[in-house]
Write a protein that binds this ligand. Structure first.
Ligand SMILES: Nc1nc2c(c(=O)[nH]1)N[C@H]1C(S)=C(S)[C@@H](COP(=O)(O)OP(=O)(O)OC[C@H]3O[C@@H](n4cnc5c(N)ncnc54)[C@H](O)[C@@H]3O)O[C@H]1N2
Ligand code: MOO
Length: 396
């Protein structure tokens, strides 16, 4: 039997000479979830001028403790006039501080019976003034290359009046589902058949990882068709993901087709689930051959496809999953394969607790439903309930 390869070895074989795809300029309205390919420098101060943090009155701090005539009214959106000495200005949240004023008093603290207002004396200079450039100063770095553009980053870009950004092209992925027994969810099952549950599950995970799914095909269990569809996939995709057909059976054609078209880099891993996982390449395209069992696909996607998508998109954060320690609410024992157990995490005041779904068989997709993390149980280890286990947090 072939020697089992470590997950680390497989990851380095998979990622070693992978470089980020080309850069494209896109509209910010289309940029959610994309990976920034350039450092963005702020060109504007945010806020662009000193403004009020409260509805109230703007004054010179030197005039605190006095009755002051109200010389102007400043709503947000309008340019103020300079503040006449010895007066105050009615001002609203977001209104620009008039030249000459340096402090705002919230209206709840002000007695203003008619056109005059009494300012309290216990105020500090600068109170309730949001200074120009407090959030972002023009000329400073705003966003770093390699970050995924999510809500706050998109808000920051808009705050700068930026409408286009350079991002890495999304990796093109071909998803091939092998197996004569596999039928679409819309079809009813004949004896021996099962529905294709891996395809929608992997499609969703790949989309979360930033992939552009350019081909989805069912591949029957014959060598010539497997070879033909894999060749076609290599022509249109950066990454070919196959499911099933990588084990040792006579109907497992993926490895042979891969060897005939390109090269098999690595096969047979010391991990559970996912032992027969195959890695290789056809021309420029990478191939990740996931075992057919749904849990092997789910775990394989998090452990291999996420780092691959991250590397292709120039996003270092996606190449590893965040790790945390949790108290095991279960017992388990491993042999020669490292076990990636699906666990739900409970965040308690006393720490994080990991609950494992009772049936951890690789054909039992139910174990992934409430999985927040993969508890990584090393080879030849016994875990007792109450012990700490290291978990990989399943986050985009
Ligand atoms: N003699 C041996 N047999 C097996 C070994 C072994 O070492 N020696 N390894 C076992 C392990 S571990 C795994 S994992 C499986 C993986 O085999 P394959 O990758 O060739 O996958 P298939 O046989 O095609 O399918 C496995 C299982 O998953 C079901 N499946 C496949 N595709 C889908 C899909 N798209 N949606 C839902 N379910 C799917 C398929 O019907 C099978 O039940 O091999 C073991 N055998
Ligand atoms: O390696 Mo298989 O995925 O354990 O069942």
């Amino acid at each position: 039997m072939a020697e089992l390869q470590s997950v680390e070895r497989a990851l380095s074989a998979l990622l070693d000479d992978v470089t980020p795809s080309e850069i494209e300029r896109i509209d910010c309205t289309q940029a959610a979830g994309r990976v920034l390919a350039e450092t963005v420098t702020a060109r504007l101060d945010v806020p662009p001028a000193d403004n009020s943090a409260m509805d109230g009155y703007a004054l010179r701090h030197a005039d605190a403790g006095q009755w002051l005539p109200i010389s102007q009214r400043i709503a947000a959106g309008y340019a103020p006039a300079p503040l006449a000495p010895g007066t105050c200005a009615r001002i609203f949240t977001g209104g620009e501080i008039p030249p000459g004023a340096d402090t705002v008093v919230m209206q709840e603290r002000v007695d203003a019976p008619d056109a005059q207002a009494h300012m309290p004396s216990d105020i500090a200079q600068g109170d309730n003034v949001r200074r120009r450039g407090r959030d972002v100063a023009a000329g400073t770095p705003l966003l770093d290359a390699g970050m995924r553009l999510e809500a706050a980053a998109l808000g920051h870009l808009a705050g700068q009046g930026i409408t286009q950004v350079g991002v890495y092209r999304r990796p093109r992925v071909a998803l091939l589902s092998t197996g004569d027994e596999i039928v679409e969810p819309s079809q009813s099952l004949a004896p021996g058949q099962i529905h294709n549950s891996n395809r929608p599950m992997l499609s969703r995970l790949l989309e979360r990882f930033g992939a552009d799914l350019v081909m989805r095909e069912h591949v029957p269990d014959d060598f010539a068709t497997t070879q033909r569809l894999m060749r076609r996939a290599a022509e249109c995709a950066d990454v070919i993901v196959t499911t099933g057909g990588v084990s040792v059976g006579e109907e497992d054609h993926v490895k042979h087709a891969l060897e005939s078209l390109g090269q098999l880099d690595l096969w047979q891993l010391a991990m559970r689930p996912g032992k027969p996982l195959a890695l290789g390449r056809i021309g420029q395209a990478r191939l990740v051959g996931l075992p057919g069992n749904p849990v092997s696909c789910f775990v394989g996607a998090w452990v291999y496809l996420r780092p691959l998508m991250g590397t292709l998109q120039g996003c270092p954060r996606m190449t590893t999953l965040p790790r945390l320690w949790a108290r095991a609410e279960f017992e388990t024992r491993t042999q020669a394969r490292r076990h990636y157990m699906r666990v739900g995490l409970e965040f308690t005041p006393a720490g994080v607790v990991a609950h494992a779904f009772a049936d951890q068989n690789s054909a039992v997709l139910s174990s992934c439903l409430a999985a927040d993390a993969l508890a990584v149980i090393p080879e030849y280890t016994t875990v007792q309930a109450g012990e700490q286990v290291e978990c990989l947090w399943l986050t985009d």
